[in-house]
Design a binder for this molecule. Structure first.
Ligand code: NOJ
Length: 526
C-alpha cells in the first residue's frame, strides 16, 4: 500500500540461531549496603512465591519486531502513523527497532538463561492477513514465522503467551471501513482469532489495553482524512464506537474459542488503576475516584467480568449516539467472556474532581474534562510531594514508581471484579535519562528501575500472603528496549539494553535483580 512510503530495510533477513548456552556475565555488586535496602534474596525471607508462579517478560509486535515490510506483511496503522509530521516525539520509526523478527531465538534463549519462564508477545494481524479482512489471502510466511517462534520458545523452556492484538491494526481495514470505529471489524477479528487457534496456538489475550487503544483512534494522526473513520463517526465519538466494537469483538472471539472445545484460558489485558482521593476529606474527589474507575477499567471490565453492560456512571453521562447501548442478547453474550483477570499494573496515583465540580462537568459536553470529569494527580494535595519517583522525562506524563500503592490497587480490583486467578500482565519503568548515557557501565546501572521491580515484587509477595490476592505471575515490561509508541526509541523500558546500530543485547542490573529474586534461596517456590 503506497500510503506508508519508503520503509527502512533490515540489516539482515534470515533468522539468527544463537549458540547455546547463552553466557550470562557475573552479577553486579550490591546496589546499597544491606541495612539500607534489602537485597533480592532478603525481601521477606519467610515468604515464597506460589508453586508454578510465572516469571515472565513482555513485548509487542510493532514495538520489537522491525522487518516492517518483510515476508508478506501488510502495513499497519502504526507503520503509517509513525511517518506523520510531529507525531513520534524523537522522529524515529519502528522499521528496524530490535529486529526481533529475525532475532527471536536469541531473545528467547537470553531470557531463558536468566530464569524467565514466559514471554508475552503479540501477533501482528497484518502478518497473517495482510489485507485484514476475513476471506482475504492468508500469508503462509507469517504463519510459519510465528509457529517457529512458538516452538523455539517451548524448546528453551519459555512459555509463549500470545496476545492477538496490541494496537497494530492492518491499515487496509482502516482504509476499507474505518477499523475499530466500524462494526465490520467484529467479524474480521473473530475470523482472525479462529485462524490463529486452528493454525497455531490458543491465545491468552484478545486485546492489549483496550482503553489506551480506543483513546488513540479519535486523535491525531488517526483521524486524518486519508485513513478515515467509519461513516457517521467523528473524532468526538470515535473512541466510544471503538469501545463498543472492541468489546463485541472480544466476546465474539472468546465465544468462538470456547466453541472449538480446545483447552486454554483467555482474557484481555486491562490497564489503568482505581486510585485514591487526592484530598482525603473531599466527597467530590471520592466521587471522582468512582468516575475514574468507571471510565477506565470499568468500561471494559464491567461488561466482560460482571454485568455484560457499561457502568451506570458511563451510561448516565454519555449519550447513546456516542456510546451505543448493548441489546439484552448482546449483554448475555458479553458477560463472563474472560477466564481470569490480567492487569498492566504500572502505577496507582491520586484522583481529583474538576475545579468547577463534577456535576457542572458531567452535564456539559464542552467541558474539557467531559465525560470522565476527573484528573490524575501525580503529587499530593498537602505539600505537593510526588506520588513516587519519575521515569525518563520523555514519558513522564503518566508513570511513577508507586509500589506503596500496589496492594491497595490489587485489593480494589479484587473487590470490583473478583477473580480466582490474577496476573500482572505488564509492569515496568523507563530509567531516567538512560538515553543520554553512552557508556555501557552507566547504561546497565538502571538503579531506579531495579528499585521499581524489587519494591513492587516485595508487595506482590505481601499481596499474595497477607491479602489473599490470587496472583499467579508477573510479566516485566520490557524484555528488551523497544519503540515506545509516539515517544519513539528514547524511553528505555528494557531489562536488556539494545544497541540500535549493532542490535546487540546487554542485560541491565534490573534483569539480574528479577532473576535473583526468583532463584534466591529464601524466596523459593512452595
Ligand atoms: C503498556 C503497553 O501495553 C506497552 O505497549 C507500552 O510500551 C508499555 N505500557 C509502557 O508504556
Amino acid at each position: 500500500m503506497g500510503k506508508v512510503g519508503p520503509v527502512e530495510p533490515p540489516p539482515f533477513t534470515t533468522t539468527r540461531v544463537p549458540d547455546l548456552p547463552i553466557p550470562v556475565p557475573s552479577p553486579p555488586p550490591a546496589l546499597y549496603p544491606t541495612w539500607y535496602a534489602p537485597q533480592p534474596a532478603s525481601i521477606f525471607p519467610n515468604l515464597s512465591l506460589p508453586s508454578g508462579f510465572i516469571f515472565g517478560v513482555a513485548t509487542s509486535a510493532y514495538q520489537v519486531e522491525g522487518a516492517t515490510k518483510m515476508e508478506g506483511k501488510g502495513p499497519t496503522t502504526w507503520d503509517w502513523a509513525s511517518r506523520q509530521p510531529d507525531f513520534i516525539q524523537d522522529n524515529t520509526t519502528a522499521d528496524v527497532t530490535d529486529l526481533q523478527y529475525y532475532l527471536y531465538k536469541e531473545d528467547a534463549a537470553r531470557v531463558a538463561a536468566i530464569g524467565v519462564t514466559a514471554h508475552s508477545f503479540s501477533i501482528s494481524w497484518a502478518r497473517i492477513f495482510p489485507f485484514g479482512v476475513a476471506g482475504s489471502p492468508i500469508n503462509q510466511l507469517g504463519i510459519d514465522h510465528y509457529s517457529d517462534l512458538i516452538d523455539y520458545h517451548w524448546s528453551v523452556g519459555v512459555e509463549p503467551v500470545v496476545t492477538l492484538f496490541h494496537w497494530d491494526t492492518p491499515l487496509a481495514l482502516v482504509a476499507y471501513y474505518g477499523g475499530f470505529t466500524s462494526p465490520q471489524i467484529v467479524d474480521d477479528f473473530v475470523k482472525y482469532t479462529i485462524n490463529i487457534i486452528l493454525m497455531m496456538i490458543p491465545p491468552r489475550y484478545t486485546f492489549n489495553e483496550p482503553s489506551v487503544y480506543c483513546g488513540w483512534v479519535g486523535s491525531y494522526p488517526f483521524t486524518m482524512a486519508d485513513i478515515s473513520l467509519a461513516p457517521g463517526v467523528n473524532s468526538s465519538t470515535a473512541n466510544y464506537q471503538c469501545a463498543y466494537n472492541l468489546v463485541k469483538a472480544h466476546a465474539g472471539a472468546v465465544r468462538a474459542f470456547r466453541a472449538l472445545n480446545i483447552s486454554g484460558e483467555i482474557a484481555y489485558k486491562n490497564n489503568d488503576f482505581i486510585g485514591t482521593a487526592w484530598r482525603s476529606n473531599s466527597t467530590q474527589d471520592a466521587i471522582a475516584v468512582e468516575r475514574h474507575a468507571a471510565f477506565g477499567i470499568g468500561l471494559y471490565a464491567d461488561p466482560i467480568y460482571t454485568t455484560g453492560d457499561w457502568p451506570d456512571i458511563v451510561k448516565e453521562t454519555v449519550p447513546s449516539d456516542y456510546l451505543p447501548r448493548f441489546t439484552e442478547e448482546e449483554t448475555k453474550e458479553i458477560a463472563g467472556t474472560a477466564d481470569f483477570f490480567a492487569i498492566d499494573a504500572y502505577a496507582s496515583q491520586y484522583i481529583a474532581a474538576p475545579p468547577n465540580g463534577i456535576e457542572a462537568c458531567a452535564t456539559n459536553m464542552s467541558d474539557p474534562l467531559w465525560p470522565n470529569c476527573n484528573s490524575v494527580m501525580l503529587y499530593d494535595s498537602n505539600a505537593g510531594w510526588a506520588v513516587g519517583p519519575s521515569p525518563d522525562p520523555a514519558s513522564n506524563s503518566w508513570l511513577q514508581a508507586t509500589p506503596q500503592n500496589l496492594r491497595g490497587y490489587l485489593k480494589e480490583l479484587q473487590t470490583r471484579w473478583p477473580t480466582d486467578k490474577m496476573f500482572i500482565s505488564e509492569f515496568g519503568f523507563d530509567e531516567p535519562f538512560e538515553n543520554d548515557r553512552t557508556e555501557m557501565y552507566q547504561i546497565t546501572e538502571d538503579a531506579t528501575t531495579t528499585n521499581y521491580f524489587m519494591t513492587n515484587l516485595g508487595e506482590v509477595l505481601l499481596a499474595i500472603h497477607e491479602d489473599g490476592i490470587p496472583l499467579m505471575g508477573t510479566f516485566s515490561w520490557g524484555m528488551i528496549d523497544n519503540a515506545e509508541w509516539n515517544y519513539g526509541l528514547e524511553p528505555k523500558f528494557g531489562i536488556q539494553h539494545v544497541n540500535y546500530s549493532t542490535l546487540e543485547r546487554t542485560y541491565k542490573r534490573a534483569a539480574y535483580a528479577l532473576c535473583k529474586s526468583q532463584h534466591s534461596p529464601t524466596i523459593t517456590h512452595i
